[in-house]
Design a binder for this molecule. Structure first.
Ligand SMILES: Cc1cc2nc3c(=O)[nH]c(=O)nc-3n(C[C@H](O)[C@H](O)[C@H](O)COP(=O)(O)O)c2cc1C
Length: 430
């Protein structure tokens, strides 16, 4: 264990012999800083020196709480502080932000508290099996890496590091339209089929080219994201941040516009400013994609039974219940709350996946019990990536897997089909 805590509680302090004079100095400085009488007795310069020293003690304590190695992590949250330290503040803001008041971002976590577990005892769980199958893709565990754009903003190896981790840990990777590495390279690094996530453009040739490229690379499934209108006006924290820091993305990583431009240079079109900001999405576009591609079509961003029913009517192969990790509209509606109505509306005809706020094996268990076929994670693996590259992603997956296996054991469910709605009780909203 390489953790080093600085305890506020003297009863929990490590033995004086190990830290002796350092602790005594810290305690003394804190004592002086916390006493207005003593501070006022010092000269202004001396008081400032004490306050400065105390703030440095605080920040080195903060630093010493960070993981020194991926293997030291106890849970996935441990990676976030390291990611924050490693990343350029603009990239960290992009990674962590929600929208507007971040009601949805918080709801994604809080809502898990409303789903209680009903454990069954005395079940033989020695042959635990976490495997399943979704749309023809075999999963060794129902935890999937959600699409996330521009991963080179988080680590120089970006999507390649994630693909290698996915390969070692045997998890499905969904590659974003905004990938910072070419799809062919990512697929080769993964060594097994990946799914491709599509953001459409109102300029059909762009979407068409992307569909062709994904098909040619052997992607069996395209995941169409429908919860981003592209206007991006609700990203308060990002806009506030950009008032102070307005470096061009190209300084450290490629923007989505740049990437797509590269792909469409051959057409002689300047499409840079037409990406996303002009996205128009309706059922006509969905039907067109449905007709144009032989890949299975999954829609990501469904939150209501009305839209879930329309998906079935339009011949969609699967849905992802998602609020984009609290980055779409600030509805305050968590994904886990929305899941049951989507499951009821689709009624077993198509698989229902879910993401947004999943951080624990118990969260994954709750979703499976409520009818999800699998769960996607976003920020946890991006924290792992930003903190320790490929190894960070691997450890994040290993922790979640271990937690999921633990809760399956505790709940008396030896395999996924043994997990049923009877294993959860959803508290009434107050
Ligand atoms: C930094 C970041 C970039 C993302 N980029 C995309 C993207 O390009 N396409 C997409 O469909 N979803 C994108 N998402 C949303 C994720 O696919 C997923 O829905 C979300 O992260 C799940 O919530 P979680 O982060 O709480 O696990 C992104 C999320 C984050 C945090």
């Amino acid at each position: 264990m390489r953790w080093s805590f600085e305890s506020q509680n003297s009863a929990e302090l490590p033995c004086q012999g190990a830290e002796g004079p350092g602790i005594a100095r810290r305690e003394f400085l804190r004592f002086v800083a916390g006493s207005p009488l003593l501070l006022s007795a010092l000269s202004a310069a001396a008081a400032e020196t004490v306050l400065e020293a105390v703030s440095q003690v605080g920040s080195s304590a903060q630093e010493s709480r960070l993981l020194a190695a991926a293997a030291d992590a106890i849970n996935v949250f441990d990676f976030e502080a390291v990611a924050k330290r490693n990343l350029d503040p603009a990239h960290y803001t992009y990674l962590s932000m929600g929208v507007h008041d971040e009601f949805t971002l918080r709801a994604n976590r809080d809502a898990f508290g409303q789903v209680k577990l009903r454990p069954r005892r005395l079940v033989d769980v020695r042959d635990l099996d976490t495997s399943t199958e979704v749309l023809g893709t075999e999963l060794s565990c129902p935890i999937i890496l959600a699409p996330a754009g521009a991963q080179k903003a988080f680590h120089p190896q970006g999507e390649l590091a994630v693909a290698r981790a996915a390969s070692r840990m045997d998890h499905l990777q969904i590659l974003s339209t905004g990938t910072s590495v070419r799809i062919q390279e990512v697929a080769a690094a993964r060594g097994a089929p990946i799914w491709f996530q599509l953001y459409t453009s109102r300029h059909w040739p762009i979407s068409w080219l992307q569909l062709r490229e994904a098909e040619d690379t052997g992607c069996p499934v395209v995941v169409l994201t429908v919860d981003q209108t592209g206007l991006g006006r609700n990203r308060d924290s990002l806009h506030r941040y950009r008032r102070r820091h307005n470096a061009e993305c190209q300084v450290c990583h490629q923007s989505l516009g740049e990437k797509i431009q590269r792909g469409t240079d051959a057409l002689g079109l300047d499409l840079r400013d037409l990406i996303q900001d002009s996205m128009i999405l309706d059922w006509n576009v969905v039907d067109r994609i449905r007709k144009e591609t032989s890949m299975k079509l999954v829609i990501k961003g469904i939150l209501t039974h009305e839209d879930a029913r329309l998906c079935v009517e339009h011949g969609i192969d699967g849905v992802v219940v998602s609020n984009h990790g609290g980055r779409a509209e600030d509805s305050g509606l968590s994904s886990i709350e929305a899941l049951p109505e989507v499951v009821a509306a689709t009624n077993g005809r198509i698989p229902v996946l879910v993401d947004s706020g999943f951080r624990r094996g118990t969260d994954v268990f709750k979703a499976i019990a409520l009818g999800a076929s699998a769960v996607c994670i976003g920020r946890p693996y991006l924290w792992g990536l930003a903190a320790f590259g490929q190894e960070g992603v691997e450890v994040v997956l290993a922790i979640l897997r271990r937690e999921f296996e633990t809760i399956m054991t505790e709940m008396g469910t030896p395999n996924l089909s043994a997990i049923t709605p009877a294993h959860v009780r959803v508290a009434e909203a107050t």
